[in-house]
Every structure is written in C-alpha cells, then in structure tokens.
Design a binder for this molecule. Structure first.
Ligand code: NDP
Ligand code: 2IT
Length: 447
C-alpha cells in the first residue's frame, strides 16, 4: 500500500491513463520508493510535483504513411512523448516495434526522466517510436518509412528542444535515414539533433557499445561492493541486439563468461562461452535469427526454441531484450541457481514480482534507470562533441562512460544508505533521480 497522498496521485494516474499497464507499473515502482522521502519533502506536495511529474509536457501522435516495395500504401502510427525538460532538452530513444503504443512510450519516457537525471548530464526525458516493424523490410522500405516519420517529427525537434536516438529496432541505419531527412527539411547540418550517428557524420565513438558496456560495468560495481567480481563466472544474457552484444563484450573483458543470447524466437546456450564475432556477424551484419548461431558454431552450442533463457544457470544475469521478459518464476529459478547480481540492460525487463524475489534473496539488483544509463550518457557526450565540433578518442570516451557508471552506482548506494535501505539500488536510483528533477521544477515555478 502507498500512503494516502501517493495513492491519491496514483489513482489519478490510473484514471487518466486507462489501459496503459506498463506506464502504471513504471509509476508505481517510483512511487513505492518515494514513500521513503514523503515526510522530508513537504515542498513536493506544496508545488504539485508528483502530478506534474506524471503528466508529460507534450505528447505527439501522428500518421506515418509510406509505400512498400509492392507499391502498396502502408500506414503506421508515430509517437513522441516530450516528458520533462527540467534538466535539459528532451532526450531519449525511438523504438520501432509492432508492440509500440502510447502506454509503452510513456513508460519509457517516464523512466528516462530519472535515468537522465542520474547521469549528472544536462538532459531532460522523452521517448518516441512507432508500431512499424523493420524485421523483413528492405533498406528501401525502412528508408521511406524513416523519411515519412521525420517529415512530421522534425518540426518538434532541435538540439535545444528534443534530441532522439535509437532503441529497439532503431540503430545506425535508421538514424542515418532520419538524420538525412531532417537535414534536407531544415537545410541545417545540426548534428546535435540526433545521437547514435555514424562515426563519419557526427557520431561518437563508444556510443554503439555504451549501453551494454555500462550495464556490465554496473554489474561489476555491484559485485565489487560485495567483495566479489566477474572472476570467470557464467553470465546469462538475453537479447542479441545492440545492448546484448556489447554487454557480452564488456562482461568478457571484465573476466566473465557469457554463455547465452536470445531473440523473440528462442535462445542459444554455448557452454564454451559466446563467440562474439560470430554473433555480431549474424545479428549486426546479416540481420539473421539466433538459431543460426548454434547452426554455425558447432562446438556443442544449442538452440532452444521458445522457453526461458533464465533457466540457464549463471552467477550474473544481464536482461537486455525488452520489458517484463523476466518473471517471478524466472527470478526464483535464477536465485535457486545461485545468481549473485542482476543488472538490467533493457528497460524494466524484470517484473515487479521478480524484483521482490531478488530483494528478498539478497541478490544485487541494478534497475534499468541506473544500470542502462550508459547509453544515454554517451549520447549526451555525443552532443558535447557536436556542440564543440570535436571528436574524442575511444579511450577518452570510454573513460568518461566508466566514470559516469561508477558515479551512478555510488549515488544509488549512498542514497539507499541515507534512506535506511542499504544495498537497495531501486530506491537509491528512484530517489536520487527524482530529487534533482523535482528541485529544478520547483525553481522554475508552476509551468
Ligand atoms: P535491438 O533492436 O538492437 O535488440 C532488441 C533485442 O531484443 C533483439 O534481440 C530482439 O529480438 C529482442 N526483443 C525485442 N522485443 C522482444 C520481445 N517482445 N520478446 C523477445 N525478444 C525481444 O534493441 P536494443 O538492444 O537497443 O534494446 C534492448 C533493450 O535495451 C530495450 O529494452 C531498450 O529499451 C533498452 N535500452 C536500449 C538502449 C540503447 O542505447 N539502444 C539504451 C538503454 C536501454 P527480435 O529481433 O526477435 O525482436
Ligand atoms: O532507453 C534509453 O536510454 C535509450 N534508448 C537511449 C536514449 C538516448 O537518447 O541515447
């Protein structure tokens, strides 16, 4: 149960946003943490911070018509939720996936506000996307879709206004088509308006790797805080997209042995450790399916159709596919198999019931808004480079990323300690992220 003020606001959120379960879930989790600080911050109530924080500053929904390779007209729906600009321009990815709807975009945008605050960099929170499915579409179809999407979205963007990037289904190819159309429509080479760009046209080294690297670094920090480490231990990873691939790479560099990857068709287990080059070739270059890894690797690697990758015993888990992919039953299996740390590469991959299981078992649990903040943090570094018309080295940028992840980890731990919940990264991340945004909102008055 929430206290009466929080419950009242939460009821209003439910009423106003009917049929958006992922959004409700994200709000509820933050509110449960805010219970701990309600008494200390009467000013939040006085200034209506809770309700203002839950209501996006602006929500844009638009038609995206385009013509497929057969000459048939297709219509998708586009979204951009400009959630909160207290700390900087709206910043957050675009997701292209058939499951995208307003509630999904709002949950992601809401999480993004606090994640971006935790990075310590001047970025507000936003998210967008479309129910367009890039799977099986030709480059020409993806280009025409992206051009149509940007033809509407461009009027809402700007390096001081709203700076999108990638998320599920949106990588360097899509960002290229989007940036090209923005440039054409505005007649401005405004590099800082999008991040995740190619290295030859304003992109930042390490941005591609940043989310996965950051999630593994966050796991390492949590392990180190308990006197432990990757130390040759088995690492179970879900997904095989941008986040998963580079979580695998960094986990290997830190001395762990990642033994799995997945996509929506099933998962592969490779007891000898994932061959990252092969996985990248299949997923990044060929855009293939995960079973091809087992087909081509030989060596005892096996593909399991459907099923749960969390059945694979491991000491460290890096869920890096999508929301609510790790259930209460999965969490129990992981705990039974001796998991020490779970670091969320994806946004909200663990259900609330799963998080409770980890909390009760004493598993180190890094919530996405802290653990996967490396991606957006490096996007902010890309914006810095664009603003100064500079390009930093890989080493320098990776050092900045590592330091940011360490700072976020330390902030979460210190805040949790202050609140009498030592080791609880969920309350640490929620409260530390929230306070900065709330204080800025109070400074600006009721807007
Ligand atoms: P990609 O599109 O590169 O990869 C997504 C992966 O997850 C694919 O393997 C995909 O499989 C799988 N997946 C997606 N949806 C589902 C589903 N409904 N069920 C099962 N598997 C699914 O996306 P990213 O790697 O960029 O994103 C992964 C997660 O990380 C998302 O939650 C995203 O919000 C989060 N994130 C991403 C950041 C970034 O910088 N890219 C930053 C912070 C968080 P398939 O191809 O079969 O659909
Ligand atoms: O969820 C996320 O943080 C992202 N998809 C990255 C956002 C960004 O602006 O880099």
């Amino acid at each position: 149960m929430l206290d009466s003020t929080l419950q009242g606001t939460y009821d209003q959120v439910l009423r106003r946003n009917a049929g958006e379960p992922e959004f409700h879930q994200a709000v509820r989790e933050v509110f449960e943490s805010l219970e701990l600080i309600q008494d200390r911050h009467p000013e939040y109530q006085e200034h209506g911070i809770l309700m203002r924080m839950c209501e996006p500053e602006r929500q844009i929904i638009f038609r995206v018509p385009w013509v497929d390779d057969q000459g048939v007209t297709q219509v998708n729906r586009g979204f951009r939720v400009e959630y909160n600009s207290a700390l900087g321009p709206y910043k957050g990815g675009l997701r292209f996936h058939p499951s995208v709807n307003l509630g999904i975009v709002k949950f992601l945008g809401f999480e993004q506000i606090f994640k971006n605050s935790l990075t310590g960099l001047p970025i507000g929170g936003g998210k967008g996307g479309s129910d367009f499915d890039p799977h099986g579409r030709s480059d020409g179809e993806v280009m025409r879709f992206c051009q149509s999407f940007m033809t509407e979205l461009h009027r809402h963007m700007g390096e001081y206004t709203d700076v999108p990037a990638g998320d599920i289904g949106v990588g360097a190819r899509e960002i290229g088509f989007l940036f090209g159309q923005y440039k054409r429509l505005t007649n401005r080479y405004e590099a800082g308006v999008l991040t995740g760009k190619g290295l030859d046209w304003g992109g930042s080294l390490v941005r591609k790797e940043a989310t996965g690297y950051g999630a593994a670094i966050f796991a390492d920090e949590m392990l180190k805080a308990r006197g432990s480490g990757f130390d040759g231990k088995r690492v179970v990873v879900s997904g095989s997209g941008n986040v998963a691939l580079y979580a695998i790479e960094k986990a290997q560099q830190l001395g762990g042995v990642p033994i799995s990857a997945s996509d929506s068709s099933g998962y592969v287990v490779d007891e000898n450790g994932i061959d990252l080059q092969l996985l990248q070739q299949i997923k990044e270059v060929e855009r293939g399916r995960i079973h091809e890894y087992a087909d081509r690797r030989g060596n005892g690697a096996r593909f399991v159709q459907g099923g749960s990758v969390w059945d694979v015993p491991a000491a460290i888990a890096l869920p890096s596919a999508t929301q609510n992919e790790l259930s209460e039953a999965d969490a129990r299996t992981l705990v039974k198999n001796g998991v020490e740390a779970v670091s969320e590469g994806a946004n909200m991959p663990c259900t609330p019931e799963a998080v409770t299981v980890f909390r009760e078992a004493g598993t180190a649990f890094g919530p996405g808004k802290a653990a996967n903040a490396g991606g957006v943090a490096t996007s902010a570094l890309e914006m810095q480079q664009n603003a100064s018309r500079d390009a930093w080295s890989f080493e320098h940028t990776e050092e900045r990323l590592t330091q940011i992840m360490k700072n976020i980890h330390a902030t979460c731990l210190e805040t949790a300690e202050e609140l009498g919940r030592p080791g609880d990264y969920v309350v640490g991340a929620n409260v530390a992220g929230f306070r900065k945004v709330a204080d800025a909102m109070i400074a600006f008055g009721v807007i």
